[in-house]
Design a protein around this ligand. Structure first.
Ligand SMILES: *Cc1c(COP(=O)(O)O)cnc(C)c1O
Length: 394
């Protein structure tokens, strides 16, 4: 046996298979829209983060194509050397206007944004306090700093206050980090209370609004806008890959934070910036959101309709406050089986089970979009009904 057989990895892969968690990725044949062709079969898609259908918007495609003609397909360098195009500057300006923030600083993804920002703004002698259900990219970002870390129970304000009280006088800077929308249940962070506690205990606030941008607040300005907390949250993170429909991430922040990130955000210093096509499409997308809230309205109407229909059938759709609709099945194996049944009935709804969510709360997580037609939603509801009856759940 040769060392190059990577036996240590083979053992791990075998274990995945034994545990029944080995995955084969489904293959999309064509675009990611409200109906998809998956492994050759047409299905209603309930799993994309393309909330507003903008990933396939003709205006966005046209702007990307024009930018590719003018600027080429790649930015050619990291931004801090010679990759910074007027397009990138324009996107940042548009995002700042959209978010009603002094500045916005872009990254290649929401993931990079958390990795880069958290590390750049904290150091040894600081404390980061994080909600236990925060996204993996926040957890990874926190792992990369030399600051101390503390976790508070999910949306538990007493627990957050306990940590803040214990930390008083021990740190230079305290930073509270939370998701704006929690993606597994669709619940919102208690931002008004978090901001109040931050003020009381002199802490900074950092909200990752990946699932809130384009969805919550006026024209999709996000969870901070929804709660009327502009100027009260120091760092607001958004992704350009979910509702915005393209690729990238950004942090809305003040002027000095922008200047510092320009010098110290490692994903920007050491990795090539967004491509011209992506950047131009993002600009077109943000312009659309600023101009009209028609897509948000359609999104919320669709979500309301879908939740009502499933509720009428007797399904438990949890306590979501957003278009994210978890349909709780419970048992892990049953949830996987339910997802398989849905596929047989022409609907793709991904099963989310332990360890991503607590044991016994397996769910089909439905991501409703403005692009779903009434017919597609009805087809999805029918599939849930048939699968529920087949499995003796209804
Ligand atoms: C999706 C998501 C990200 C990552 O965004 P990408 O642009 O896909 O890298 C970061 N944070 C949260 C809360 C997310 O839901």
């Amino acid at each position: 046996m040769s060392i190059h057989d990577l036996k240590f990895l083979q053992e791990k892969v075998n274990k995945l298979k034994e545990d029944g968690v080995y995955r084969v990725l489904p293959v999309l044949n064509g675009k990611n829209s409200s109906t998809i062709v998956l492994d050759g079969k047409e299905m209603v898609n309930l799993s994309a983060n393309n909330y507003l259908g903008l990933a396939n918007d003709p205006d966005l495609k046209k702007r990307a194509q024009e930018a590719i003609e003018k600027y080429g397909v790649g930015a050619g360098a990291v931004r801090t050397i010679i990759g910074n195009m007027d397009l990138h500057e324009e996107l940042e300006k548009k995002l700042a206007i959209f978010k009603k923030s002094p500045r916005a600083f872009i990254f290649q993804s929401g993931y990079d944004c958390n990795i880069g920002t958290i590390q750049a703004i904290t150091e040894k002698g600081d404390l980061i306090i994080s909600d236990e259900l925060n996204h993996a990219s926040i957890i990874d970002g926190i792992r990369m700093t030399k600051a101390d870390k503390a976790v508070f129970k999910h949306s538990d304000m007493e627990d957050l206050e306990r940590v803040l009280v214990e930390a008083q006088g021990k740190y230079k800077t305290i930073l509270i980090i939370t998701d704006g929308v929690f993606s597994m249940d669709g619940d919102l962070a208690k931002l008004p209370e978090i901001v109040k506690l931050a003020e009381k205990y002199n802490a900074l606030t950092y909200v990752d609004d990946a699932h809130g941008s384009g969805v919550m607040g006026s024209h999709g300005r996000g969870t901070v806008d929804h709660f009327g907390l502009h100027d009260k949250v120091d760092f607001v993170i958004g992704t350009l890959s979910k509702a915005i429909g393209v690729k990238g991430g950004y942090v809305a922040c003040n002027e000095v934070a922008y200047e510092w990130l320009n010098h110290r955000a490692r994903p920007v210093l050491f990795s090539t910036t967004l491509s011209p096509g992506d950047t131009a499409a993002c600009i077109a997308s943000v312009e659309k959101l600023i101009e009209s809230d028609e897509l948000q309205k359609k999104l919320w109407d669709n979500a309301k309709y879908f939740k009502e229909q499933l509720g009428k059938l007797g399904f438990n759709t949890g306590h979501s406050e957003t278009p994210i609709t978890p349909v709780i099945i419970g048992d892990e194996a049953k949830t996987m089986e339910f997802s398989k049944k849905l596929r047989e009935y022409g609907v793709f709804g991904s099963a989310i089970v332990f360890p991503t969510v607590p044991r016994g709360t397996g769910r089909i997580r439905c991501m409703i979009s403005a692009a779903h037609s009434k017919e597609e939603l009805d087809k999805a509801v029918k599939a849930f009904e048939l699968a529920g009856k087949d499995m003796g759940i209804l």
